[in-house]
Design a protein around this ligand. Structure first.
Ligand SMILES: [Zn+2]
Length: 138
């Protein structure tokens, strides 16, 4: 993720920002912002209270990422509708990372596996072609 996006999202959602989001590729910044925006809408921070009503962890895999979100029952108010919206927001993020190009954020067409130590990547056609061309030059 670009430094400017890290600064912008961490400032906009300080109660939701999670350090590992820094490790997500540029192409997934919009997906990450959607998750933060969805979670903020479901349960905004409680005025005057330190701590997040929705603690998050993000784990990046090879060509995908998974968000784990729990809720603090002592902060905010919880209803079945909000619980369902939370499940849907997390599921949307998790599904989107495996369908979105890590470089540009367009729909991905394939997972590129490298023959060296690099992690495999979820890429659109254009960026997969570039990656394969670069690999053939070595
Ligand atoms: Zn791309």
């Amino acid at each position: 993720m670009k430094m400017e996006d890290i600064a912008r999202l961490a400032a906009a959602y300080p109660h939701l920002w999670e350090r590992n989001m820094i490790l997500l590729p540029d192409g997934w910044t919009e997906i990450t912002e959607r998750l933060l925006s969805d979670l903020h809408a479901i349960q905004p921070p409680v005025d005057g209270v330190y701590g997040s009503p929705l603690p998050i962890m993000v784990k990046r895999g090879q060509g995908f990422a998974v968000a784990f979100v729990t809720f603090n029952p002592e902060l905010g108010s919880w209803t079945p509708d909000k619980a369902m919206a939370l499940v849907e927001a997390v599921a949307r993020f998790n599904a989107a990372t495996s369908k979105t190009c890590e470089v540009c954020g367009k729909s991905s067409t394939m997972i590129v596996k490298y023959m060296d130590h690099r992690d495999q990547q979820t890429l659109c056609q254009e960026h997969a072609d570039e990656a394969l061309e670069a690999a053939n030059e070595h």
